[in-house]
Structure formats: structure tokens, C-alpha cells
Design a protein around this ligand. Structure first.
Ligand code: GUN
Ligand code: ZN
Length: 435
């Protein structure tokens, strides 16, 4: 089926340098977007696209809303939906008291299947069309996650977590079973539907050197697969991790030693890095994933986003919710907190950068910008429709808004799931279909 969407189109083509960098994006005030077979086939002024469209295509008028590429979340934990808002002093207490208890429930495939439905509903409700998830240690949790992703036709990344120590017995695998189960998940799910399997050793604390060797073997055998783990989120975590790997120069060097640092590796948090570690990320192209709501909630620290970007050897950056350390599924709320973190560091994060990061920036960080993250013809038709007057408070503030960047800043500051007027997955409306 062919659909023609009408609305205000916004799509970035590179990172915006400043608020006045109008060349970093394409904006069509009365735009047309033609969708066919799950792809964007044409984008431009509505009258031009209308003239190209088949006579019988369905037209959906989203004016005066903005139509953007679907939002991308590069780090969340599928088994932590019921961990959100758990009261703890810090990361390690939070993990041991709540998270490692809750994740044990995913041994039951029926539980995983139920939570997967809720996760995908929540992502769609918040305009997130692609996410990168940690499942639990249980292979069944990855099966539930990818089966639901396939059912929804969503481009999703994720992996069975590998963890073989410093956690309850019921939540550990072994170097061999972690390897075998990950292989089985790759064989079953990678490339099926729009699924991408991610090699997922949880972090250095919960993997023995033997398991790290196995993660390294998987990485070597599958150079095209993403790898994800956690790095330097919390000072006590750093000290513990380094004590477990005394030969490593620092926390980053643990992962480097096992051949895991590369340009399709995602390092969650990466807050407290030395200059040497920043260089190592930059040289390998490994991505530091900023998780603002989680970093504030767990008191982990203020991510030096601007410092990492502007150094001579810049570090690649992505942004993410980190559900359930994170406190919101909304990428808009995530960037609201990201903005405030830079404020506390005496830095500026423009709304153009925020919207770039949620779309093309994250797509680039995943090496998937040819598929998602823009409205370019040929891209997958994963879209979000944003209503800047979604609540009375937003509508009132909109009366005072005079520019696109002010509107984006309002969407980021006051927006949440109510702001998402529609989410399109592979060319089809998905949010209205939930109701
Ligand atoms: N480090 C290791 N596991 C986790 C997790 O589940 N959440 C967060 N925020 N950090 C981690
Ligand atoms: Zn995490």
C-alpha cells in the first residue's frame, strides 16, 4: 500500500554546529513524504510529491505537526520495566537489591513474552522506532524480545546477557553456555525480520576472564555484529572492576584486552574516563552511550558530552534511556535531562543537536544511517509525528514560539508520550493501532 503523508518535515544531514546552522537539516514547511513497501520513496514539497504519487494512494494530513525520522534509543534493559524507580543509593546497591532479583523472573518464557508486549507498546507510544536492548541472562528472554520485534516489523537490536559471576546463581551462565546460547540466538534471530543480535557481556564485574575470552571469540567470529557492555558508570564500580582485572591499565583496557573495542561497540555510561581511555575509544571508534536520566537517578555522574566531542581525538557519542536505571521511555525527556547535565557542566546543548542525536546521530552511532535516522528516499519508513500543542501548557507556550528551534526546545522541555501524535513502523501507523 502507498501512503502520502503531509506535514512539516524535518531531517538532519549532519551534526549541527550551532543554533543558526540551517544547512545541517532539511525542513519542508508543507512537506510530502511518500511511503511504499515499508520504505520512504520520495520526500519534498507536498505539491511536488502529490504530483508524483499514485492517484489511489492514501493521504494522511498531519499538519501542523512535525514529521521526523523515528527516535532511536541505543541502550535499555528489556527485563527492567518493573525496576524503574527503585530506591537505592548507587549503582551497585541498585543492581544487587532490585535488578538482579527482578531479572530472575525472565527464566519463565511466559513472563518474558508478556513484558515484551509491554516494552514494544511503550516504545511505540514514545515514538521510539529502534532500540538496543539487553535481555536477561536467559536465552528465552532474547527469544521473547526478538519474536515480538519481528511481529511488530521493528528494526531492533539486542542480546542475551552474558554474566557468570558476582550475581545470584539463578542469574549466571558459564563461559561455555554464554557462548553457546549467544550463538543460538544469532543463528535463530540475526537477520530475521529486521532483527540485529548484539554480543552482550553485561560488564567486567559480572564476567570472568574466561567469559571475556568467549565474548572475544564471538566478536572475532562475527565482526559485523554489535557488541554492548557497561563502562565507568560509578566510582565504586570502576574500583571493583579494576581489582578483578589487575593486569589491565584501566577499566577500558579490560575490554580492549579481549578484542572488544571496535566501531560497532556500544559502551553504556562511560562517564569517568581518563584521557588515555578517551583516546582508546576515539582510536577504535567505540561509542560512549550517554544515559542522562539514569546517570542522575543513580547519582552516577555528569557525562562530559561536549568535552568528549570537541577534543582533538573526538569520542563518538550516542544517547539512550537506560530503562530501568533510567526513569523515562521518552527520548524527549532523555534529551531534556541531557541538556540540564550540560548546563551543570557549564556547556550548551542546542535543541538542534538534541534532535540530531535522537535521530541521525544515534543511527550513525549504530552504523545504520543508510536505513534509519533520516527521511531520505530509500530509508525505512520509521517515523514520528510530534505535536507541540499536545498539552494545555505546551499549547500556551507555543503561542510565544517564533522559530523551529524554539519549537524543538519546547518539545524537548515539556514533551513526553502525549507529544507523540503518531509513530510509523515500516510505513504503517503503529501508535494509533495500539489504542
Ligand atoms: N551495569 C551493569 N549492569 C547494569 C544495569 O543493568 N544498569 C546500569 N545502569 N548499569 C549496569
Ligand atoms: Zn545499562
Amino acid at each position: 500500500m502507498t501512503r502520502l503523508l503531509r506535514g512539516r518535515l524535518l531531517s538532519f544531514n549532519r551534526r549541527p554546529d550551532s543554533l543558526s546552522d540551517t544547512a545541517s537539516y532539511n525542513y519542508e514547511d508543507d512537506g510530502g513524504l511518500l511511503l511504499e513497501n515499508g520504505r520512504i520513496v520520495a520526500m519534498g514539497a507536498y505539491t511536488d510529491i502529490r504530483a508524483k504519487a499514485p492517484r489511489d494512494c492514501v493521504t494522511v494530513d498531519h499538519r501542523p505537526h512535525l514529521i521526523l525520522p523515528g527516535l532511536i534509543d541505543t541502550h535499555l534493559h528489556f527485563p527492567q520495566m518493573q525496576v524503574i524507580g527503585s530506591y537505592a543509593a548507587n549503582l551497585l546497591e541498585w543492581l544487587n537489591t532490585y535488578t538482579f532479583v527482578e531479572e530472575q523472573r525472565f527464566a519463565d518464557p511466559a513472563h518474558g513474552a508478556r513484558i515484551a508486549v509491554s516494552l514494544f507498546d511503550e516504545l511505540i507510544r514514545n515514538g521510539t522506532t529502534t532500540a538496543v536492548a539487553y535481555c536477561s541472562v536467559h536465552k528465552a528472554s532474547a527469544d521473547a524480545y526478538f519474536a515480538e520485534a519481528e511481529r511488530r516489523h521493528m528494526l531492533m537490536l539486542g542480546g542475551k546477557v552474558m554474566m557468570d559471576r558476582n550475581a545470584p546463581d539463578a542469574l549466571t551462565d558459564t563461559p561455555q553456555s554464554g557462548y553457546d546460547d549467544t550463538k543460538a540466538v544469532i543463528d535463530t534471530w540475526h537477520g530475521r525480520g529486521r532483527n540485529h543480535v548484539v554480543i552482550s557481556p553485561r560488564f567486567a564485574i559480572t564476567s570472568t576472564p574466561e567469559q571475556m575470552e568467549m565474548a572475544g571469540a564471538l566478536a572475532r567470529e562475527h565482526p559485523d555484529l554489535h557488541i554492548q557492555t557497561h563502562l565507568s558508570e560509578n566510582l565504586a564500580e570502576i574500583e571493583f572492576a579494576c581489582s578483578l582485572y589487575p593486569a589491565a591499565k584501566d577499566y577500558t583496557d579490560i575490554y580492549a584486552h579481549y578484542g572488544l573495542l571496535r566501531d560497532n561497540m556500544l559502551l553504556g555510561h562511560a562517564i569517568h574516563l581518563s584521557e588515555r581511555e578517551r583516546d582508546a575509544l576515539s582510536e577504535t571508534g567505540a561509542v560512549a552511550v550517554h544515559c542522562p536520566t539514569s546517570n542522575l537517578f543513580l547519582g552516577s555522574g555528569l557525562f562530559p558530552l561536549k568535552e568528549l566531542e570537541r577534543r582533538e581525538k573526538p569520542v563518538r557519542i550516542a544517547v539512550a534511556t537506560d530503562i530501568g536505571g533510567g526513569t523515562s521511555y521518552s527520548m524527549l525527556k532523555t534529551m531534556d535531562e541531557a541538556y540540564k547535565i550540560q548546563q551543570l557542566r557549564g556547556e550548551r546543548l542546542t535543541p538542534l543537536e538534541s534532535f540530531f542525536l535522537m535521530t541521525l546521530g544515534n543511527a550513525d552511532a549504530l552504523g545504520l544511517a543508510h536505513r534509519i535516522g533520516t527521511l531520505s528516499p530509500g530509508s525505512d519508513a520509521d517515523l514520528v509525528v510530534l505535536d507541540a500543542r499536545a498539552t494545555p501548557a505546551m499549547a500556551l507556550k507555543m503561542e510565544a514560539v517564533t522559530s523551529l528551534s524554539e519549537e524543538l526546545f519546547l518539545l524537548q522541555t515539556l514533551g513526553d508520550d502525549r507529544t507523540i501524535a503518531e509513530t510509523y513502523i515500516a510505513g504503517k501507523p503503529a501508535k494509533s493501532a495500539l489504542r
